[in-house]
Design a binder for this molecule. Structure first.
Ligand SMILES: *Cc1c(COP(=O)(O)O)cnc(C)c1O
Length: 452
């Protein structure tokens, strides 16, 4: 008998169950993604902006392999939930969406990360993918590709309203307008949109940051006015990420671009937990324990002896390490040892004979594994090799022994976004509730072996 820190998964069929068993044989850790949660999250975000007829469309941001949840499954769940746009930073991922059969009649796709020299611009234009323009080199490259192809490129003008990343500054915008106006007239560029990005929209309770967002909006409007006066008024304006979509209605314009909200998280735990925003985390990361054994008091755990057991105890190996994307900064240091900094490691839900317990990474995270001090006798606790433990899931937070990616982010001094996107592809992604969310045609776009 092995113990499981999770509820049994609701397999759709015996095939789903055998896919699950095959995944466990293939790898001792699995990321299980609930497509219904993602679809519901998107449906909720569409409601938040006033519904499908509100005049504000919703883009599902699926960059970086759908924030590590899988590009195509995430895109399809977002569309099923009412998104009418998809967005990826890298052009390669935008092209993969079209290659998977997500065609232009179904949704627009915007991509924004390229340099004017090496990008696959003809492919993007031919595939009806909208392209961001935020540099003079970018304008020339896209115009040249469109001219050669004999097809206008759909472009969105990126304006730097204070984020200091991509886009034209207000000072540099005249030079851009001088090129954009004739190219629009020539019919080479179809200027669809104007866009920008917020720097601190995830701190609605910090007056100083709220004011920064106000100033970014004013700048955004000044850019629009200049485009209007130049005769190239954008049809679609967009600036809101998840945080602004949820907390600043006046930032919604014709399109919003939530990413982390689709995956069920708020942008910053300071905003509250996902449930405050009626969002449900979609991913659960689980693993099956390797060696479980007893050790004496004062035993050094892992590299550098940064953790010494304070009494006779049992330890268990979780077979995921930094090569899987488990942050080494989520290592846990001995709380008792005077020589070491005391720091709690990443949380893991472990099932014992007496119910769930929250254990923590003990000592340094290694390449392929980390160690848990079980703070007790494994045999008495009923904990055994092969038991399934949960690193994070949709739970109610650490205090209920149900850690979330936000808890791991806290332990690793980062954000949930990085927890998800660092998870390497060698960890199988398995999908729940696909058939409830997707029609047969979309189901056929997924790898059948990944469906539970
Ligand atoms: C990632 C990203 C988003 C989505 O941000 P979230 O905080 O995940 O909602 C929106 N727009 C741009 C330009 C992005 O890079």
């Amino acid at each position: 008998m092995t113990l499981n820190a999770l509820q049994p998964w609701p397999f759709s069929s015996t095939l789903g169950e055998s896919n699950y068993e095959a995944a466990l044989r293939r790898y001792p850790g699995q990321a299980i993604v609930d497509l219904k949660a993602m679809c519901d999250n998107m449906r909720h975000l569409v409601e938040v902006v006033g519904g499908p007829k509100s005049g504000t469309a919703v883009m599902g941001v699926v960059k970086a392999d759908g924030y590590g949840h899988g590009l195509i499954p995430s895109a399809l769940a977002a569309l099923a939930g009412g998104a009418t746009w998809l967005g990826t930073a890298q052009p390669r991922e935008a092209l993969l969406l079209r290659m998977a059969g997500i065609d232009p009649k179904r949704c627009h796709i915007l991509t924004w990360m390229f340099n004017g020299r090496n990008a696959p611009l003809p492919e993007l234009i031919a595939s009806d993918i909208d392209i961001s323009l935020g540099s003079l080199d970018g304008i020339e490259a896209v115009a040249q590709a469109a001219r050669k192809l004999g097809k206008p490129a759909r472009v969105h003008i990126k304006t730097d309203t204070g984020f200091g990343r991509n886009g034209f500054t207000e000072a540099g915008f005249q030079a851009a307008l001088d090129r954009l106006v004739p190219l629009a007239k020539e019919g080479v560029l179809d200027i669809v949109g104007q866009w920008s990005h917020f720097s601190v929209a995830d701190a609605p309770d910090v007056p100083e940051f709220v004011e920064v967002t106000d100033r970014q909006l004013e700048s955004f409007n000044r850019f629009t006015e200049r485009m209007r006066q130049a005769g190239i008024e954008p049809r679609i304006r967009h600036i809101a990420n998840t945080a602004a979509t949820l907390s600043r209605p006046e930032t919604r314009f014709e399109l919003v671009r939530p990413g982390i909200g689709l995956y069920g998280y708020e942008a910053d735990p300071a905003m509250g937990t996902p449930s405050k925003y009626q969002l449900r985390p979609a991913m659960t990361l689980q693993a099956q324990l390797s060696t479980v054994k007893g050790v004496e008091a004062g035993h050094g755990i892992s590299y550098g002896r940064t953790y010494l057991t304070d009494e006779a105890t049992s330890t268990a190996i979780v077979p995921l390490g930094y090569a899987d994307g488990i942050h080494r900064s989520a290592s846990g240091f001995d709380e008792a040892g005077a020589k070491h900094t005391s720091k709690p490691g990443g949380p893991v839900r472990v099932m014992t004979a007496d119910g769930p317990r929250l254990m923590r990474v003990s000592g340094r995270v290694c390449m392929d594994q980390f160690i848990l001090d079980l703070h007790g006798d494994a045999e008495a606790m009923g904990v055994r090799e092969g038991d399934t433990v949960e690193l994070f899931g949709p739970g109610r937070g650490e205090e209920h022994c149900e850690p979330t990616a936000d808890d791991w982010a806290r332990a690793a001094d980062t954000i949930s976004y990085e927890i998800f996107t660092c998870l390497r592809i060698r960890i199988p992604r398995l999908y729940l509730h696909a058939a409830e969310v997707l029609d047969a045609q979309d189901m056929s776009k997924l790898n059948a072996k990944t469906l539970l």
